[in-house]
Design a protein around this ligand. Structure first.
Ligand code: MLC
Ligand code: AMP
Length: 521
């Protein structure tokens, strides 16, 4: 065994790096909420210490998972920081998930602590206790709940737990093409290295350099809002104007006081629909960043025309954090609409065809990546992990793209059967699995079709068993009772048969073309 070097033994806890970047004046405001509440940098440090002390007092095993399904709040962010600080593993869950989905995550991740809203405590605690979780706390957006009550009795100083580069910081569940979600294991080094690269690449300004102000309008249970946005602000000592949910009017009201905004394309589409979005509103803005789903060239161009700003599009995923970005600094090149820019420093990105040959300039193939941000593997799924990495250590993203002569990467599609709707991933296999179980259904196919608001939405096409008459509205209602709302197909059709190719495989491309438009039926 190799003897650890001095560097490898150093405390590499991500919180330590974030804390070191706090501004000197800890009494300055770090976060301001939409209802005017202000948190200083000292408040962030003390409150996360109290929560970390609470977690530490529970005597949890090493590597314990802290599963959190709560509404967006500053306290939820503090719980994330506290989890890092105490050295445990943060496991955020979309608030839209319902009981069957939560049961799977809790069963799979076996968290030692579950934090949910008081409204959901009944059913969530039942599932958690059944799965062996010993601690269930509540946390509500109005700062009530047992988590904060208990933390109020804890000390506000906490020594940051010693963690190495390779230790887990978070598990982010991403849906799988087989219908079952996989937990992407991200380490302290994955998250810190990516945050540092983005700080430099996007020119985040420290307070002494004119201070950035970020409008934080994204949910904090995914990579975009939790890591890219929060780490970016904390690592540069920038203030956040914190919105508990995206409301275009709230964003526009805050634009004159802000310098950075991040959003999925739907947020830009909805902002463009607001008459208040004009050059005066964005006069102090430095940077608009988009990602998580393809940004339409129309949105990119309209934004330029309306605001005079060129959106910077970047590309990433839960398993890898951020991979590519259009340039911020002019000397690196222009921001090109329709492209996701260049591989970020430290990211090795290649495109290979189906035979595994690296393609030439402008040729299309599967995107594979390697780099410090690439995750450690899927939680308790070694076979799936092995399947998704090449023999020489590249991660197969499942995205299809090309690189042009100047080095810009363009994503042209996906080899994985995935719908990205308003920045959320929806795996058709999961929805089809539920539909196929419904009485009277013979088979189903869920496909993604264009949508002007969400970019893409799901449409379900199904066939009935002989002699059965199916009601599409009842199918949708039944799905709504089981699955997170964003996964529900927006339209549903019952047909005599699904189109198949010579191999018997359903031809989803034909369904996509056929059901591109049309009423719910
Ligand atoms: C809401 N609805 C959606 C939806 N969001 N339908 C499809 N796709 C979505 N994304 C539906 C609800 O089911 C509901 O339907 C109706 O819209 C209104 O719900 P709502 O909750 O009021 O919606 P709204 O608040 O308007 O939310 C829309 C949104 C939200 C765009 C603000 O979806 C959002 O915040 N998206 C961001 C997702 C994100 O952060 N992705 C990052 C992933 S990280 P009904 O029928 O029930 O009324 C990643 C890696 C990377 O991808 O590169 O960043
Ligand atoms: P997630 O699993 O939620 O992290 O989603 C990751 C996926 O989002 C990627 O594999 C891409 O398919 C998609 N994605 C992220 N950013 C972009 C982008 N800028 N353009 C197109 N697709 C994107």
């Amino acid at each position: 065994m190799q003897k650890p070097t001095e560097t490898s033994k150093k405390n590499r806890n991500l919180y330590l790096a974030l804390r070191a970047a706090f501004p000197e004046k800890l009494s300055d405001i770090a976060v301001e909420t939409e209802d005017g509440l202000c948190y200083s940098w000292l408040d962030l440090d003390r409150a996360s210490a109290m929560l970390a002390n609470l977690l530490a007092s529970l005597l949890l095993p090493d590597g314990a998972r802290i599963a959190v399904q709560v509404d967006k709040s500053v306290e939820a962010m503090l719980l994330y920081l506290a989890t890092l600080r105490a050295g445990f593993v943060y496991l955020p869950l979309n608030v839209a998930y319902q009981s069957a989905e939560i049961e799977y995550f809790i069963g799979n991740a076996e968290p030692s602590v579950v934090v949910c809203t008081s409204k959901n405590f009944g059913w969530v605690s039942q599932l958690a206790f059944k799965a062996g979780t010993q601690n269930v706390f509540t946390l509500n957006a109005d700062r009530t709940g047992s988590l904060l009550d208990r933390a109020a009795c804890c000390a506000d100083q906490h020594p940051v737990a010693h963690r190495l580069d390779d230790d887990l910081a978070a598990i982010i569940y991403t849906s799988g093409t087989t219908g079952r979600s996989k937990g992407a294991m991200l380490t302290h080094a994955n998250l810190l290295s990516n945050a540092e690269v983005l700080r430099d690449y996007w020119g985040w300004r420290r307070p002494q350099e004119g201070a950035d102000v970020l409008i934080h309008a994204l949910p904090i249970f995914h990579v975009h809002g939790l890591f890219v946005a929060i780490h970016g602000a904390l690592l540069s000592g920038s203030k956040m104007l914190w919105l508990s949910r995206f409301d275009p009017a709230w964003v526009i009201e805050r634009l004159p006081r802000a310098t950075v905004f991040m959003g999925v394309p739907t947020l830009y589409v909805r902002l463009l629909a607001e008459p208040g979005l004009d050059r005066a509103a964005v006069r102090n803005m430095r940077l608009f960043i988009a990602g998580s789903a393809p940004l339409l060239i129309e949105t990119f161009t309209q934004w330029q025309e309306r605001t005079g700003h060129t959106i910077l599009e970047r590309y990433g995923m839960s398993e890898t954090v951020m991979l590519t970005s259009n340039p911020y600094f002019g000397e690196q090149g222009n921001r090109r609409g329709g492209t996701v820019g260049f591989p970020l420093p430290g990211v090795s990105l290649r495109i290979r065809d189906q035979e595994g040959r690296e393609v030439v300039v402008d040729e299309i193939g599967g995107i594979e990546v390697k780099g410090a941000g690439v995750f450690k593997g899927y939680w308790r799924m070694p076979e799936k992990t092995a399947e998704d990495f090449t023999n020489d250590g590249y991660f197969r993203t499942g995205d299809v793209g090309r690189i042009d002569e100047a080095g810009y990467v363009t994503i042209v599609g996906r080899s994985k059967d995935l719908i990205i709707s308003g920045g959320y991933n929806v795996y058709p296999a999961e929805i089809e699995g539920y539909i196929n179980e419904m009485p009277g259904v013979a088979e189903s196919a869920v496909v993604g079709v264009e949508d002007s608001d969400f970019g893409e939405v799901g449409v379900a096409v199904l066939t009935a068993r002989p002699g059965v008459v199916l009601d599409p509205a009842a199918i949708i209602a039944s799905l709504k009772a089981t699955l997170a709302n964003f996964k529900i197909p927006k339209r549903c059709y019952v047909v005599d048969e699904l189109p198949r190719n010579a191999m018997g495989k359903v031809q989803k491309n034909l369904l996509r073309a056929q059901y591109r438009t049309g009423p719910f039926r």
